[in-house]
Write a protein that binds this ligand. Structure first.
Ligand code: AMP
Length: 443
């Protein structure tokens, strides 16, 4: 056992997995740019009140899962690591007066989130989210546009079978009466409720609807449905969202028990869902409208909507789908750091020569590595092949005449090339190989 390990619930993203994340980051960046979202970066921690007020105190995320930072005696503020990005982004929107910009302000971010949750498969204490927020548009068209964007992300990533679950959770006009009816329903069945849920019943009955406790499933199946009690404005909004989704050919399924874990949501709530995986791991992302949040965090009343997509689960699901398909590429795609060429040589003293040749190749834009270890030439060439290199550049006595030997590790051929022509020659041969053009060069 090593002395130190990554903290419980966290993991090291080793290069193949980091590459899979980087690929998703590129897809997200491409996609959001096309939809007019601009990147934003907010701190990984905020004043605790930003989350307590924004997300709500009687939520799993704040009540049980918030990573609070121990205050130092000389500082009176209390901080917590962000469990989700929306509250921090809306705090920034208010702080920087973004209400004066053309609305909606469309923002996107990608980064780690922190929840002090019980670690298990697909549930980590540090995980990554790709997030978009459109602040300042009351919808309903933008609601559908955002759901379509989220679904397209999975498609571009190559993940099949993702479904959209959709609900409306009303607004301050219609929700209070619904919540009261729901509380009555649960009170009549109090003896069936687990202790934690009974405890929350008086404080936030809506939370019981999305309880993860299996004992709640039967009780919840027959609970009153908010969509049957929406006020006129919310009902019109909800049906317009559905009409826009249909116009965009986005399939969705209505899910009346979907309330999302956070207090700030109003009206549209949605989740991206991959059936067939274990429990919570099926939830690949989710979002919703938060028309009260800007005001809660000190701004003028401003509507908003957004989603957070969990990248860890997308990478896991991509790996699963890839291993279901024989011979499929891994989730990361090609290894960009695999060298095109490795510069090798038999003389253990000639490391400067090998570095110089490698440096000139890199300056010309090629991925090149110099072999600096003291070992036999044959071993160096074997290691280059194992590293995925296309060429071994052998630096030896010919260097005095300005030449090196180039061994094509894939074709098994070898020839003399002038150092002055090396970068051009390798680029041409590597490019031709990649595009499948047959080489005609005489030996
Ligand atoms: P939520 O706001 O809780 O619905 O989170 C949005 C998405 O982030 C979820 O659908 C998951 O994909 C991901 N996510 C949330 N919590 C975790 C966690 N503890 N570990 C890994 N992914 C998570």
């Amino acid at each position: 056992m090593p002395t130190f390990r990554a903290p419980r619930g966290t993991r090291d993203l080793l290069p193949p997995e980091r590459r899979a994340f980087a690929r998703l980051e590129r897809i997200a960046a491409d996609l959001t740019a096309r939809y007019g979202y601009r990147p934003i970066e907010t701190p990984l921690f905020e004043q605790t009140a930003v989350f307590e007020r924004g997300i709500g105190e009687v939520t799993d995320v704040v009540e049980k899962e918030l990573f609070r930072l121990a205050p130092r005696s000389d500082e009176s503020e209390s901080w917590a690591l962000r469990p989700e990005p929306t509250a921090g982004i809306v705090r920034a929107y208010v702080q920087h007066g973004m209400q004066t910009l053309p609305q909606p302000v469309k923002l996107t971010t990608i980064g780690p989130m922190f929840r002090y949750d019980r670690p298990q498969a697909g549930r980590f204490r540090q995980f990554w989210q790709f997030d978009v927020e459109a602040i300042g548009d009351p919808g309903p068209a933008v609601d559908a546009e955002i759901v379509e964007l989220g679904l397209r992300f999975y498609g571009d990533a190559g993940l099949g079978g993702v479904e959209v679950l959709l609900n409306s959770i009303g607004d301050p006009v219609c929700r209070p009466a619904y919540v009261a009816a729901l509380a009555d329903y649960y009170r009549d069945r109090a003896s069936l409720l687990p202790a934690l849920e009974r405890d929350r019943l008086d404080r936030n009955p809506l939370r019981l609807l999305d309880s993860k406790d299996p004992a709640m499933a039967a009780v919840n199946a027959a609970a009153p449905r908010i969509t049957e009690r929406l006020c006129e404005a919310c009902a019109a909004h909800f049906s317009a969202v559905q009409a826009h989704l249909a116009a965009l050919d986005v399939p969705f399924r209505l899910e009346p028990s979907l309330v999302r874990g956070l207090d700030y949501y109003t009206r549209t709530a949605f989740e991206f869902y991959l059936p067939g995986r274990e429990g919570q791991q099926q939830a690949l992302g989710g979002g919703g409208r938060y028309d009260g949040l800007v005001e809660l965090l000190g701004g003028k009343p401003t509507p908003g909507i957004g989603f957070g997509i969990g990248l860890d689960r997308v990478v896991l699901a991509l790996d699963e789908q890839a291993s279901d398909r024989a011979g499929a590429a891994d989730a990361g795609g090609a290894d960009a750091a695999a060298p095109v060429a490795v510069v090798v040589g038999a003389d253990p003293e000639a490391t400067a020569d090998r570095l110089r040749v490698a440096t000139s190749l890199r300056a010309a834009g090629l991925a090149a590595r110099a072999e600096l270890a003291v070992r036999k030439l044959g071993r160096q060439i074997e290691a280059a092949a194992r590293d995925g290199a296309h060429f071994a550049v052998i630096v030896g006595d010919e260097l005095a005449d300005g030449n090196v030997q180039v061994k094509d590790l894939q074709a098994g051929t070898q020839k003399v090339v002038a150092v002055a022509d090396l970068a051009r020659e390798l680029t041409r041969a590597h490019g031709a190989h990649r595009h499948g053009v047959r080489e005609q060069t005489p030996e």
